[in-house]
Design a protein around this ligand. Structure first.
Ligand SMILES: Cc1cc2nc3c(=O)[nH]c(=O)nc-3n(C[C@H](O)[C@H](O)[C@H](O)COP(=O)(O)O)c2cc1C
Length: 324
């Protein structure tokens, strides 16, 4: 497939219509730069870089700035940055600092996760930025509204995904066409459970014009995830996943088995979520390999991931149908 006329490539300035989803804790300059060098869009996520768990919800502007300048020493290709948007003052203030750090490092693609926020949109647009809008629970209506507000690309995420899963029931196979049909002209990217070329083909058959992939990149050489986590994915299967809260699943680590048992026994999901966050969220297990304390969040399609490879090989495999 020719990508010259692909709208996602045109908007992002990339060779391929592929975004590496930002992943909390398990991302750093080396991985992001490798993705961008391979022709896709690498995106820096929260808590990138330093191998510490310091209790802060989000990294500081300084930390992001350091990691972004490391990226800029590795690649001059387009890269993106993650922005949260939930109408909380603290989140908004953090978004503003992130936008300043991105601008200072010549980064202008913002992968926004959450709901539309007028102030954040305005700040990004004033900085000359591109908005990739991903609702945590995407709906046709929210996609239409994001388009009207000026989103450049919409991501349709199904409950198959790794990370914080949508609250609704829509899988990737149903979310993507529903959102493709809802928007007027903005391109839609598919997220959730896309681990190989079959998933990419399915996404395009459903009307997506790009794919947004997280879990597959955990099993890259460059991803700073703990080796034990990479091994669990390569040996694992999506049917082993356990619900640990309403919006979080995990491979069956000792911690996840305990959370799941308590959730099934009726303990409020919010209480369990608070406990997971108090222990460092995805950091302890996914970054440091402490599976007794932490959870391992991946998508439901991991049985099609059977190898750990360089980022460039993963991008080449996913994008084998495209000649950029
Ligand atoms: C371990 C993990 C952590 C994630 N953390 C974030 C995050 O902090 N911010 C964000 O916007 N997306 C995050 N995501 C990405 C999304 O949830 C994304 O939709 C997803 O990775 C794409 O689906 P896939 O994992 O099935 O490929 C994370 C995903 C994973 C697997």
């Amino acid at each position: 497939m020719e990508t010259r006329n692909n709208p996602v490539c045109r908007i992002l300035g990339t060779r391929y219509p592929l975004i590496q989803a930002p992943m909390n804790w398990i991302n750093n300059a080396a991985m992001v730069a490798a993705v961008s060098e391979a022709g896709a869009l690498g995106v820096l996520g929260p808590n990138a870089g330093p191998k510490i768990i310091d209790g802060r919800k989000v990294p500081t502007q300084e930390r992001i700035g350091i990691e972004l300048s490391r990226i800029r020493n590795l690649t001059s290709k387009p890269v993106g940055i993650n922005i949260f948007s939930d109408h909380e003052d603290a989140t908004r203030a953090y978004a503003m600092k992130t936008i300043a750090a991105a601008k200072a490092n010549d980064v202008n693609i913002y992968c926004l996760v959450g709901t539309y926020d007028e102030l954040i949109y305005k700040a990004i647009k004033e900085a000359g930025g591109i908005i990739v809008h991903r609702e945590l629970t995407p709906t046709p209506q929210s996609a239409r509204e994001a388009e009207e507000h000026g989103a450049d690309i919409i991501v349709a995420t199904g409950i198959d995904e790794g990370g914080m899963i949508p609250s609704g029931c829509m899988g990737t196979f149903t979310a993507v066409p529903a959102i493709v049909d809802a928007v007027k002209s903005v391109p839609v990217m598919a997220a959730g459970g896309i681990n190989d070329i079959r998933g990419v083909r399915a996404a395009f058959a459903l009307g997506a014009q790009g794919v947004y992939v997280g879990t597959r990149f955990i099993t890259s050489d460059e991803c700073p995830a703990a080796q034990v986590v990479k091994d669990m994915i390569v040996a694992g299967s999506g049917d082993e996943l356990l619900a640990v809260t309403t919006n979080e699943r995990s491979l069956p680590t000792p911690a996840a088995i305990d959370y799941h048992r308590r959730l099934m026994a009726g303990e409020p999901a919010e209480e369990i979520h608070k406990e997971i966050m108090a222990k460092g969220g995805l950091g302890p297990a996914m970054l440091h390999g402490d599976v007794n304390t932490g959870i391992v969040s991946v998508n439901t399609g991991i049985s099609s991931i059977r190898s750990i490879k360089p980022v460039a090989a993963i991008v080449a495999e996913l994008m084998a149908d495209f000649n950029g």
